[in-house]
Design a protein around this ligand. Structure first.
Ligand SMILES: NC(=O)c1ccc[n+]([C@@H]2O[C@H](COP(=O)([O-])OP(=O)(O)OC[C@H]3O[C@@H](n4cnc5c(N)ncnc54)[C@H](O)[C@@H]3O)[C@@H](O)[C@H]2O)c1
Length: 259
């Protein structure tokens, strides 16, 4: 196993569930020291205990500015300034726009967008102390294409993409890279019991992904292997955002079988 993160300190927000757990595990497996941030204290503490001396858990509601100050103080006291920030915490949204309450709108934007703003700002201050770093913002396929019945979620993920590019332009001189990751359908608790059948006709690869497939991309961007990439979009969606895999009026199988 390569040790790309030896002597590096990494924060993974939303690290207590789903993709956050596989990102945290992968960083520790490659020599990193990881601080898991979440609001699910039980699951976060359990994961940190499982990962051992190179992991810590600390409570953080990413939408709360005051909690960020406390969280970064804890992180730097335990392990030192950070080299990698994975702004991964997020919640789903949904419902027709017409009946969406302002509270629903604000809640999703508060966590999915304000949380990334606060995490990015905190990361820059810490990374400057170690001469640079990599910020990985988890957006979505819904940050690339319009999706119905999730205006709050879609807007938050498009905004993360814009925030990523604006920040990348500002901090390149500090040797800090900032990129966005756009997962498609990934098997995590956020999706509930949905199976592969829901992606057929939408996703060229006709399957959901495992969270580990996204972790591999996140670690690549976080590492020096991605040394010339900033302000960029890294898509892990089985071809979803590339286009429709179905031609008009027939399935691809029918098309192949044409005389
Ligand atoms: N699963 C997918 O198919 C998919 C697709 C595209 C993008 N994403 C994005 O990937 C990220 C991770 O999603 P996941 O599928 O692993 O979800 P998940 O629900 O399994 O995990 C999300 C984690 O974020 C935490 N969290 C929620 N609100 C928080 C807050 N205010 N502060 C701190 N932590 C908070 C939760 O407690 C949970 O541990 C999210 O940003 C999500 O929008 C997921």
């Amino acid at each position: 196993m390569p040790q790309r993160f030896e002597n590096k300190v990494i924060v993974v927000t939303g690290g207590a569930s789903g993709m956050g757990t596989t990102h945290a595990r992968a960083f520790v497996a490659e020599g990193g020291k990881v601080v898991i941030a979440d609001v699910n204290d039980e699951a976060g503490n359990a994961l940190a205990t499982e990962l051992g001396d190179n992991a810590r858990y600390h409570h953080l509601d990413v939408s709360d500015e005051a909690e960020w100050a406390d969280f970064m103080e804890f992180t730097e006291r335990e392990f030192g300034p950070i080299s990698v920030m994975v702004n991964n915490a997020g919640i789903g949204g949904g419902g027709p726009l017409e009946s969406m309450t302002f509270a629903d709108w604000r809640k999703v934007l508060g966590i999915n967008l304000d949380g990334v703003f606060l995490g990015t700002r905190a990361a820059i201050a810490s990374m400057k102390k170690v001469g640079g770093g990599s910020i990985v913002n988890i957006s979505s396929f819904a940050g690339l294409i319009g999706t119905p019945f999730s205006a709050n979620y879609t807007t938050s993920k498009f905004a993360v993409r814009g925030l990523t590019k604006a920040t990348a332009m500002e901090v390149a001189d500090y040797n800090i890279r900032v990129n966005s990751v756009h997962p498609g359908y990934i098997r995590t608790p956020i999706l509930g019991p949905l199976g592969d059948e829901v992606v057929v006709g939408k996703v060229a690869m006709k399957r959901m992904a495992l969270p580990e497939e996204v972790s591999k991309m996140v670690l690549f961007i976080a590492s020096d292997d991605a040394s010339y990439s900033t302000g960029a979009e890294f898509v892990v969606d089985g071809g979803w955002a590339a286009g429709s895999p179905v031609s008009i009026g027939e399935t691809n199988a029918q098309y192949y079988e044409r005389p």
